[in-house]
Design a protein around this ligand. Structure first.
Ligand code: NDP
Length: 305
């Protein structure tokens, strides 16, 4: 049977459509929810992410503010910007786009965000709430993965889930969310002794590594559900052809743009072996923005209702 594609764009649209009436209701009763996005420097990928976050806010009728700050900003200056946003009554959510320049203390900046306005769920208070399974904002990418599984009727309870990657942003919170839904969770990383063996045990395999197509057929049990969080740009034509098994549509995209985006899972192997999988692009990525909007609305509802 051909693998089922877990369509992130469709789920994203569904979630946004569900948020719209709640946003309109809050705007009518009190005011529109407000999100501040802080962008330091001019990393092209970060500019694209910030642009689509601000655009989605507008489409939903949310208030958004974009703070573009120079690369030369000091930790102290950035902290005082964050404190001003903490005190701003029109702002319910604050997102500081990562990565920050090397000379800035990222941890200090994230810790300075009011936990009630922390829509990324990275503040230690909210990390604690996640671990304790108490209500609070959940990191957007793993929360998006859970939504995608739920909306596609994929049962998590009792399943063996293996996550490759243990970052604070994706891997660790993903493990917690799956655990709270009663999966039996294995969290792998660069020192895991037998990564293919561990991965092959997975009924649900999540790859969040940042290495193009690293998860190949040796890592995937036939019939597994495979969630590919990775976003990697491939600029070598031969590599693109190998990864996509010369897929005509994807290669046409390569010839047009000079690159394609590929996840951490070998796309052709994943499509051949998985029972269901997230494509890259169009899988997990769109859900991340939807969950950011959802976290912002919930922060506003908590503050205003
Ligand atoms: P990090 O670089 O913070 O973490 C990568 C993790 O992968 C680490 O835990 C690392 O292990 C592990 N790893 C690296 N190499 C190997 C290897 N050879 N074998 C096993 N494990 C390895 O990345 P992020 O979690 O921030 O992001 C991961 C990917 O997801 C990236 O491609 C990123 O672009 C993408 N991403 C996508 C999002 C979306 O919206 N779809 C949002 C966020 C990220 P160790 O800890 O031992 O070093």
């Amino acid at each position: 049977m051909p693998a089922r594609i877990l369509d992130g764009k469709a789920a994203n649209q569904q979630i946004l459509d569900e948020l719209k009436p709640r946003i309109a209701q809050l705007a009518a009763a009190r005011r529109a929810p407000g999100l501040a996005v802080v962008l330091v420097g001019n990393d092209p990928a970060s500019e694209i992410y910030v642009g689509s976050k601000v655009r989605t806010c507008r489409e939903l009728g949310m208030h958004s503010e974009e703070l573009r700050l120079p690369d030369s900003i000091t930790t102290g200056e950035l902290l005082s910007r964050v404190q001003a946003l903490n005190a701003d009554p029109a702002i319910d959510g604050i997102l500081v786009q990562m990565p920050l320049p090397k000379h800035v203390d990222s941890r200090a900046v994230l810790d300075a965000i009011d936990p009630g306005k922390d829509v990324d769920g990275f503040h230690p208070v909210n990390v604690g709430r996640l671990v304790a399974n108490l209500p609070g904002p959940r990191p957007c990418t793993p929360a998006g993965v859970m939504e995608l599984l739920r909306r596609n009727g994929i049962e998590v309870k009792g399943k063996r889930a293996v996550i490759v990657g243990r970052s604070d942003i994706v891997g660790k919170p993903m493990a917690m969310l799956l655990l709270h839904q009663h999966a039996t969770v294995t969290l792998c990383h660069s020192r895991t002794a037998d990564l293919p063996g561990e991965s092959r045990r997975a009924e649900i395999l999540v790859a969040a590594i940042g290495r193009t197509g690293m998860i190949t057929e040796d890592f995937i049990a036939p019939g597994a559900v495979v969630i590919d969080v990775g976003i990697n740009r491939v600029t070598d034509r031969d590599e693109a052809a190998r990864l996509t098994a010369n897929d005509p549509a994807r290669m046409a995209g390569f010839d047009k743009r000079g690159s394609i985006v590929v996840g951490d899972v070998h796309p052709a192997d994943m499509a051949r072996l998985a029972s269901a999988y997230t494509p890259v692009p169009g899988g997990v990525g769109p859900l991340t923005i939807a969950m950011l909007m959802s976290n912002t609305l919930e922060a506003a509802e908590r503050r205003l209702l």
